[in-house]
Ligand binder design. Structure first.
Ligand SMILES: [Zn+2]
Length: 351
């Protein structure tokens, strides 16, 4: 049974990994122009970056108050971004190989295949300068038309993610539609951490003509909740001006109950929220533990689909209803879910 719910917002959704410019123009733009309830759309990599930035600069879309958009590099794609300078290399292919050798490492030592690295390398693009992209994001965050609706996401850390054989999820230049399965390579944690920190710092530096523009940051964290807590703790202890303090959303939160308590109690400045989705949270795992978690975080929960709006299309609100129904079954009040969203979007209620 679908409950008759008034909760209709999506705190974290996407464009699908296989989105193309044609699909974006044909299906997504009309949705964004006519959307009648709030959706918060993430950026993940260099492909959806172009579409998200196009939407941010399109008045027909961005003047719609229901649309929130984000800039950011998802941890699964951080290997595509480099700290090295292309000008320090005589040969483009040397630059490419040097970078990827530095940021990728073997996933399982018992499964090493010679030549696999070179095979993946073939499909990987020339790495993108991290400094250039950070500057681009900064310029957007500061100078965009509606800064309160342009935020940072999806960024984060993922200890378990393996690189697909196609080099990255949704690589349009790979011959097999399914990406050819997973390779035996992953992205080094140090590299992910550096890219995460650079993006987080953006949130602390978005000030326009002395007017602080506090940001919301959507964080992906899989398999390294202790590490992310340590990093967040350092940011939390910085002397951030009160009206510049960012809100963080631990999206599709997969950490323990104790970790959630730690985030809520030990981070004194950062405003902490937890995104709950059906794909990651409600359809998987130990339901008893999940109930304990819900009891702890219920007034910090935001509803999210974590799915592509180009996939959900006109069924988008049905997905939300399904999640809300499950959360109600776990004892969360519908009014609480609505209040949480209002507080999250209106900083003044919790500053
Ligand atoms: Zn996501």
């Amino acid at each position: 049974m679908i409950v008759d719910t008034k909760v209709c917002y999506d705190s974290h959704c996407h464009l699908s990994p296989d989105i193309t410019l044609d699909k974006f123009q044909e299906y997504v733009k009309p949705i964004l122009e006519s959307q009648t309830w709030p959706i918060n759309i993430m950026m993940t990599n260099h492909i959806d970056e172009k579409m998200i930035i196009d939407a941010i600069s399109n008045m027909g879309i961005i003047s719609n108050r229901q649309i929130m958009l984000n800039v950011g590099i998802h941890p699964w794609f951080t290997h595509l971004y480099t700290f090295f300078n292309i000008n320090d290399f005589k040969d483009l292919q040397d630059f490419k190989k040097f970078h990827y050798m530095n940021v990728l490492e073997i996933y399982s030592k018992s499964n090493i295949k010679t030549d696999e690295f070179n095979e993946i390398l073939e499909y990987l693009p020339i790495p993108i300068s991290i400094y250039e992209i950070i500057n681009k994001f900064k310029e957007i965050l500061i100078n965009c038309k509606f800064p309160e609706r342009i935020n940072i996401g999806e960024i984060g850390l993922d200890k378990l993610a393996r690189i697909p054989k196609s080099g990255f999820l949704g690589n349009p230049n790979f011959p097999l539609i399914n990406g050819g399965g997973l390779s035996n390579y992953k992205i080094k944690m140090d590299h992910q951490v550096e890219i995460f920190k650079l993006q987080f710092e953006l949130a602390l530096n978005t000030v326009n003509n002395n007017i602080p523009l506090p940001k919301k940051i959507s964080i992906h964290c899989v398999g390294c909740h202790g590490l992310i807590f340590e990093i967040l703790k350092k940011f939390d202890s910085l002397k951030i001006k009160k009206d510049q303090i960012p809100a963080i959303v631990m999206h599709s939160y997969s950490g323990s109950v104790d970790n959630a308590k730690m985030l809520m109690k030990k981070l004194k400045n950062l405003h902490v929220w937890f995104g709950i989705s059906d794909v990651i949270n409600l359809s998987k795992g130990n339901q008893e533990k999940f109930q304990q978690l819900i009891n702890v975080i219920h007034d910090k929960i935001l509803v999210e689909t974590d799915l592509g709006i180009d996939r959900m299309l006109e069924n988008h609100s049905d997905y939300i209803e399904e999640i809300v129904k499950k959360l109600i079954d776990l004892g969360v009040d519908e009014v609480t879910l609505l209040d949480n969203w209002r507080s999250f979007t209106q900083f003044e209620t919790y500053v």
